[in-house]
Design a binder for this molecule. Structure first.
Ligand SMILES: [Cu+2]
Length: 158
């Protein structure tokens, strides 16, 4: 029985070792890839860039920056189903330095950013695909949504 037991022990040890080599660990703790999206600009209702490309398994710090005079949404239900959210941070410039005002954790579906402010969405894409439903549905005074005025976009996860 001794040789058999030895063989079994070796197989178990090998299995544990190869398992450890394959696991990538906590993907949400990588150093983030920064990506900035402008939500509108003075007199413009648009996302810039209009198309984002991300890769699964990488941590992104998606900075949603609103330099316009209107509030804007970053809404994509398809995208929200393809990512793991580590946190959303609200930051503010104080004496030329970014200061974190609040952090939110849990599943996020949409983010509204007010004029002159920004939010950081820290996320890891977990599924590949194309989210073509990025939009801002805030209405202007004449009843049209920003999406109808061209505030639409697409996120591709490869
Ligand atoms: Cu908008």
């Amino acid at each position: 029985m001794t040789p058999f037991r030895f063989a079994l022990g070796a197989a178990v040890a090998l299995g544990i070792a190869s398992g450890a080599a394959l696991a990538a660990g906590d993907l949400s703790r990588q150093s983030p890839i920064e990506m900035t999206v402008d939500l509108g600009a003075p007199g413009k209702h648009e996302f810039a860039p209009k198309q984002l490309r991300l890769e699964t398994g990488k941590l992104y710090k998606l900075i949603l920056r609103n330099t316009s005079n209107d509030p804007h949404y970053f809404t994509s239900h398809a995208f929200s189903q393809m990512v793991f959210t580590r946190k959303v941070q609200v930051t503010q410039q104080q004496n030329g330095k970014p200061v974190t005002l609040a952090e939110f954790k849990g599943a996020i579906r949409e983010i509204e950013v007010y004029p002159g402010q920004s939010a950081e969405w820290w996320l890891v894409p977990v599924a590949a695909g194309r989210a073509s439903d990025l939009r801002c549905d805030i209405k202007t005074s004449d009843g049209k949504t920003h999406a109808e005025l061209g505030m639409l976009g697409e996120i591709i996860i490869e």
